[in-house]
Write a protein that binds this ligand. Structure first.
Ligand code: GAP
Length: 510
């Protein structure tokens, strides 16, 4: 298999070639950090959403879902802290007119030194037998020098960020001699805070219009509906409200395909609990969500937790579930114990009570909240990155296969007549129409059967049903299994039942 950069390029190209993901507005040269899902991408995305919804809502009697509007009252974003604090520090290069995230320029600088350390370690490991990497890192003079530089830069950077000291960030960039990758110069503007929310006007005339925001997270739609749902659904604490929907962030730099987009989708759940019980529920959801990711058939080694040391002002515990993307371990989901911050803020700004009367305790309180928030697009990226494989077959040829979990695959079944004659297409179409009621199916009669199997492999179809000469004699067909390429012959009457069985078996956690 190719190295990770090459692999990532192949995944992006494959996603486009087969209709999973296209750059938005491509005929106009695209729109940065915005993507469209094609005919296969939308199926995969819908299947992921359905699976999340089923595990969070259908399988929990104390969790219900909502679908709140993207537009919300602008004061919501004041109360939530987004108007004042949802910022990234940005800096422009005056020569190239290119804009950068100041923190990313510094992180990239640190990364370059880390890469140098990596190279030193790699060289030494080839030179010495019984190489002790930990010892080498602790004793080699050059590595220690690099590490000291990293520590110094990091300490100045963290201090400046914590103090929101923008001039200090600029000074650091100048002191490190960081140049613009485009112009190669150090001609930088001052660092400014840049709010990530998109705004627009509501109302038809300029007079009396209101600036409103495209929501940067779906969570606030849940908080402001907390009492509506609790009362109309007679929910008792602990209970959760789940939502899937679009969110928008004006990310300064767009990188890594659908990993960081300006328009994306979140699957969020806010779990309302008694004050004092939030850390117990935080641990519960931390474990549950990790189990969910692993139930996608991806091996446990590809995931890790990253506990936050520096907590946001509203949280008393937070962790990320990270996935080992082709560009390294990065955040996939955030699990946050958000205390009573959001509900109390909305209570203060709206003047409406956001309290729950607890019949067991005989008192009212503002509930505490544990949030699980996963990016749908990042989940899809993790799934396709894991699924994309190039297998060398016995005859030396390469098979490109998307080993998607069968229950998520865009098409579950392809029905293929061996040849376009002798009644086979008619028979195949009959099978297709029987299966279509229950499964998303494809019909394909073009090209040799081997090529058709490969086409289905490339889009992740787990089962191919082939109608051949024997079918016309004894009403049996073959089912070819994508992962093993094995075929089994079964009676036509059993096809639907067998597919259901295979789909069920495919949901085994690795
Ligand atoms: N309500 C909490 C919240 O929004 P977050 O960590 O900012 O927390 C949650 O976002 C998840 O949303 C992330 O873990 C990530 O999967 C996804 N996400 C955030 N920004 C994104 C972006 N620009 N593009 C794609 N996904 C994004």
């Amino acid at each position: 298999m190719a190295n990770n950069d090459e692999l990532f390029k192949k995944i992006v190209a494959h996603a486009k070639e087969y209709g999973f993901i296209f750059p938005s507005s491509e005929i106009y040269d695209g729109l940065s950090a915005v993507y469209d899902y094609g005919q296969l991408g939308v199926e995969l995305k819908n299947n992921i959403k359905q699976y999340w919804w089923k595990s969070m809502v259908q399988l929990h009697e104390n969790i219900v879902g909502i679908d709140s509007a993207i537009f919300m009252h602008p004061t919501i974003w004041k109360a939530s802290g987004h108007v004042d604090a949802f910022n990234d520090p940005l800096i422009d290069n005056k020569d190239s007119k290119k804009r950068y995230r100041a923190d990313v320029l510094i992180e990239d600088y640190i990364q370059k030194i880390e890469d140098k350390i990596g190279k030193e370690v790699e060289k030494a490991s080839k030179r010495f037998e019984n190489f002790d990497e930990a010892m080498y890192r602790q004793t080699n003079a050059r590595v220690l020098e690099y590490q000291a530089k990293i520590d110094e830069v990091r300490s100045r950077f963290v201090q400046a960020m914590n103090d929101n000291n923008l001039p200090a960030i600029k000074t650091l960039i100048e002191d490190l001699g960081i140049v613009c990758p485009v112009s190669g110069t150090r001609n930088w503007t001052d660092v400014r805070q840049f709010n990530l929310m998109f705004s627009t006007q509501m109302g038809s005339t300029a007079e009396g219009t209101d600036t409103i925001y495209l929501r940067p997270e779906t969570a606030q739609g849940i908080f402001v509906n907390f009492l509506n749902v609790q009362k109309s659904g007679r929910m008792k604490i602990p209970f959760g409200i789940a939502q899937i929907g679009k969110a928008f962030r004006n990310e300064i730099i767009a990188r890594q395909f659908i990993f960081r987009m300006r328009e994306f989708e979140q699957m969020e759940m806010q779990f309302f609990v008694r004050p004092g019980e939030e850390l117990k529920w935080f641990e519960y959801w931390k474990a549950e969500r990790m189990k969910w990711h692993q139930s996608l058939g991806i091996s446990a080694q590809k995931y890790r937790y990253h506990d936050h040391e520096k907590l946001a002002h509203y949280a008393n515990a937070a962790t990320d579930i990270e996935y080992d993307f082709p560009f390294g371990f990065k955040e996939l989901e955030g699990i946050h114990s958000r205390t009573d911050f959001d509900l109390t803020a909305h209570q203060n700004y709206s003047g409406r009570k956001m309290q729950y009367y607890d019949p067991e305790q005989g008192e009212s309180y503002v509930p505490y909240v544990v949030e699980t928030s996963v990016g749908l697009d990042r989940t899809l990226l993790a799934i396709i990155s894991d699924a994309y494989q190039e297998e060398k077959l016995e005859d030396g040829s390469i098979r490109v296969v998307m080993n998607l979990p069968a229950f998520l695959a865009p098409y579950k079944v392809a029905v293929l007549p061996l040849v376009k004659k002798d009644g086979m297409p008619e028979k195949a179409r009959q099978i297709l129409s029987d299966l279509q009621e229950d499964y998303n199916c494809q019909y394909d009669e073009k090209d040799a059967i081997g090529r058709r199997y490969r086409r289905q492999d490339a889009i992740g179809t787990p089962y191919c049903i082939t109608v051949d000469n024997q079918t016309m004699e004894d009403n049996t067909v073959t089912i070819r299994i994508r992962t093993t390429m094995q075929q089994e012959r079964i009676s036509l009457d059993n096809v639907s039942k067998r597919i259901a069985e295979l789909l069920k078996e495919s949901r085994i956690v690795k």
